[in-house]
Design a binder for this molecule. Structure first.
Ligand SMILES: NC(=O)C1=CN([C@@H]2O[C@H](COP(=O)(O)OP(=O)(O)OC[C@H]3O[C@@H](n4cnc5c(N)ncnc54)[C@H](OP(=O)(O)O)[C@@H]3O)[C@@H](O)[C@H]2O)C=CC1
Ligand SMILES: O=C1O[C@H](COP(=O)(O)O)[C@@H](O)[C@H](O)[C@H]1O
Length: 515
């Protein structure tokens, strides 16, 4: 570990609102433990778990212990270390809507400051339903929790609003209490190693940056596919759908990282300025017909995955039986600026698809076919593939001479598989993001203008869908989504590249440590 990586964040009280919830259990407790284990949390911190359900400190610590056993990349196998860590965790039952609880929390905070020598820093993490974000902020202020001498930061989970208007209202509420630079809006995809690596791959490689434009790139394909269905999240998901759940945030953020101009400095605001410029350049769909032409909206019906029968979306518990919510979204998007004019970005995301993967494919334009290779008319294009999840790494597909042949060209792939490297246990997105928020590093959090820009693009699509709900394409659970998605690319002379290099029967893998 480098010196810089091991620096502990300044001591603080971490207030975990929603401490009895799913996110805390699966992601936040393990993230805090891993940070502690790696020396990124020193001894001057405390974590206060907050929710309505009654819990003793001991029960709360037992919950944390269990979650680490189940979900953490580092295990709590050292009893002494575990006890020292667990001592920092306390629980308080509190209803967000009752300001008296916040006054009591303020008193508890004073005790924790004194006990652990905490210098007055406060990090409020809202793992709560979005309608509670505003009330929490007001009660933090009215309950006296913002009066300390240290820094105050609000870490806020998605979704940030339901559309531009509701997002704006929420932002107005938050900004009555917190300054923009105190608000850390989570998009956990920005905490993923390989999403952060996009910038490095682009800007640190002479191979790529000179080619990163419409002269050399034919199209960009971004796939975020999931095998899971709506699970027990129907209450939230049925109101949200894939457009709001995945496209407005994770997909557009990834697109912005790929499309943005190089920032003049590696300063958070410069990077976010460039991202917002890219989002502003997204070509809006001016009419509902344009939406129908470029966007695919799908919902899964009964099907099967790996031989297991699966229900359709409308048969899922907590989903309305006549729901028109999309579980699949795909689009052809254009970034109307000098660099990207004419290059389609194809996006697709969905639930109940055949594999779980997040992948970006950059397809390069072909070389002129006047060179006398025997098979010059059917050369495969060069690809740069960024694999985000579950495998992490990149591979490039190039053309080389088939050994022993007379100038027959065949595709070969060279791979760097980061997640296959032995001992490379990459931090989970939430670890990175909590650590960044505690250090005041905001690069990988979304700024208000980025969120607003993304909503204004997405709202147009949602509005067209509201006008005409007939364009909901069905797809069988376990398939790759509606056939219309393939047509989007075929209309432009392209096709989706199979994910995880799965089409590569005729490709030689040169350093296939993942193959
Ligand atoms: N789970 C996930 O994988 C992801 C979640 N998110 C976001 O994170 C947030 C939390 O999600 P998740 O953990 O799944 O939700 P859960 O429904 O599992 O948890 C909600 C939490 O809020 C608490 N709560 C509800 N009402 C109140 C209240 N009035 N006062 C105090 N506490 C209250 C609940 O505790 P109690 O009932 O004890 O009061 C519970 O701890 C949401 O915004 C979600 O969109 C984002 C990405 C992924
Ligand atoms: O934000 C969300 O992301 C998850 C997918 O995240 P990943 O890190 O597992 O790829 C998605 O399942 C969920 O619906 C959405 O709210």
């Amino acid at each position: 570990m480098s010196k810089q990586e091991s620096i502990a964040a300044a001591g603080a009280v971490y207030y975990l609102f929603g401490a009895t919830g799913d996110l805390a259990r699966r992601k936040l407790f393990p993230a805090l433990f891993n940070l502690y284990k790696e020396g990124k949390l020193a001894e001057d911190f405390a974590v206060v778990g907050l929710a309505r359900r009654p819990r003793t400190n001991e029960q709360f610590r037992a919950d944390v212990y269990e979650s680490i056993g189940e979900f953490s990349r580092h295990k709590s196998d050292d009893a002494e270390q575990w006890n020292k860590f667990a001592e920092h965790f306390v629980y308080m039952s509190l209803d967000i809507n009752n300001v008296d609880g916040f006054r009591e929390l303020s008193r508890l905070t004073e005790e924790l400051d004194a006990k652990f020598g905490i210098p007055g820093n406060r990090l409020f993490y809202l793992a709560l339903a979005p309608e509670l974000f505003g009330p929490v902020s007001f009660n933090l202020r009215d309950g006296g929790l913002l009066e300390s001498r240290g820094w105050k930061r609000l870490v806020i989970e998605k979704p940030f609003g339901y559309d531009l208007e509701s997002a704006r209202k929420l932002n107005e509420q938050l900004s009555q209490v917190f300054k923009e630079n105190e608000i850390f809006r989570i998009d956990h995809y920005l905490g993923k190693e390989m999403v952060q690596n996009i910038e490095v791959i682009r800007f640190a490689n002479a191979f790529f940056e000179p080619l990163w434009n419409n002269k050399h790139i034919a199209n960009v394909q971004i796939t975020l596919s999931e095998t899971v269905g709506v699970e027990e999240r129907g209450g939230y998901y049925d109101k949200s759908g894939a457009l709001r759940d995945m496209a407005q945030n994770h997909m557009l953020q990834m697109l912005a990282m790929i499309a943005m101009e190089p920032p003049s400095r590696l300063h958070p605001e410069d990077i976010r300025d460039e991202k917002v410029k890219a989002l502003r350049s997204l070509r809006p769909y001016p009419t509902s017909d344009e939406v129908a032409k470029h966007v695919v909206r799908g919902q899964y019906t009964e099907g099967s995955l790996k031989g297991k029968p699966l229900p359709g979306y409308r048969q899922e518990d907590s989903v309305s039986p006549d729901s028109v919510t999309e579980t699949y979204f795909a689009a052809r998007v254009f970034v109307d600026n000098f660099r990207w004019a004419g290059v389609p970005f194809y996006l697709r995301t969905g639930k109940r698809l055949p594999v779980k993967t997040t992948e970006v494919v950059i397809e390069f334009k072909n070389v002129p076919d006047n060179v006398l290779f025997a098979n010059r008319h059917d050369l495969s294009p060069n690809l740069l593939v960024i694999r985000v999840n579950p495998m992490e790494g990149i591979y490039i597909k190039i053309n080389a001479k088939k050994p022993g042949s007379d100038n027959i060209v065949q595709p070969v792939s060279m791979e760097f598989c980061q997640s296959c490297q032995i001992g490379l246990n990459t931090p989970e997105a939430y670890e990175r993001l909590i650590y960044d928020a505690a250090r005041g590093e905001s690069t990988y959090f979304t700024r208000w203008d980025e969120v607003a820009q993304a909503w204004s693009f997405v709202d147009r699509i949602a509005e067209a869908w509201r006008e005409d709900s007939s364009k909901l394409h069905n797809y069988a659970a376990g398939s790759w989504g509606p056939a219309r998605t393939d047509e989007l690319l075929a209309e432009d002379g392209f096709h989706w590249w199979p994910v995880n290099g799965q089409d590569e029967d005729n490709v030689i893998w040169i350093s296939g440590n993942g193959k």
